[in-house]
Design a protein around this ligand. Structure first.
Ligand SMILES: [Fe+2]
Length: 207
């Protein structure tokens, strides 16, 4: 109950430090994989709502775009390397296609991130930047919705409990590695060097 009220009165989005602590807790509590992914979607949505809201200030949007990309790297890359690679080799065609289309959607989001970085969003905020930020936020919002409605139920029904547990452990490890890399002094800021901690890809748990 205490947690419920804590969440209810929360006016601020989770900081990256809080998210790192929640990962340690989720690891210790053996939180189930799919609910864990949904929790991370919620962290992303805290910034998506700011980026898509016409009433938030440019400064808030700029701050949230950086937070959003840090979390998108953490969640998205870990999810690709752990979940998508396993979906892509599932015996069921529908499951495999989910794994491939999920990756395509991530690629588009990371492409837009590159474009926004090239436009210098960390040091300036133009109308072109605001428009593109809204596009990437909307894209990820729909992607999250689609994953929760279709991909996750498919994963739950086509994978064993043991596979899901192994994926959970690998996913948390990767998230922690992405999150601590080049950690910033401030909660949102800090350069994301990208890629450095990405290891050679697939962790296959499919038997
Ligand atoms: Fe996701």
């Amino acid at each position: 109950m205490a947690n419920f009220f804590k969440e209810l009165v929360r006016a601020q989005p989770h900081t990256l430090d809080e998210i790192r602590i929640s990962l340690d807790e989720d690891k210790a509590d053996h939180k189930q994989f799919i609910p864990l992914l949904k929790e991370h979607h919620d962290y992303l949505e805290e910034s998506i709502s700011v980026l898509m809201d016409k009433d938030t200030t440019d400064f808030q949007k700029q701050e949230h775009l950086e937070r959003f990309f840090r979390l998108l790297e953490m969640h998205g890359k870990s999810e690709e390397e752990v979940l998508y690679t396993n979906l892509q080799i599932n015996p069921d065609k529908e499951v495999r296609l989910e794994g491939f289309s999920g990756l395509d959607e991530h690629d588009i989001a990371f492409q837009l991130e590159d474009e926004l970085t090239g436009m210098g969003y960390k040091t300036q905020w133009t109308e072109e930047i605001a428009a593109k930020a809204k596009v990437v936020a909307g894209l990820v919002k729909n992607h999250i919705k689609e994953e929760e409605a279709t991909m996750f139920p498919l994963a739950e029904s086509h994978m064993t409990e043991e596979e899901l547990e192994q994926m959970r452990d690998a996913y948390i490890q990767k998230c922690l590695a992405y999150l601590v890399s080049d950690r910033a002094d401030s909660i949102y800021a800090g350069k994301w060097t990208g890629g450095e901690h990405r290891d050679s890809g697939a962790d296959s748990f499919h038997h």
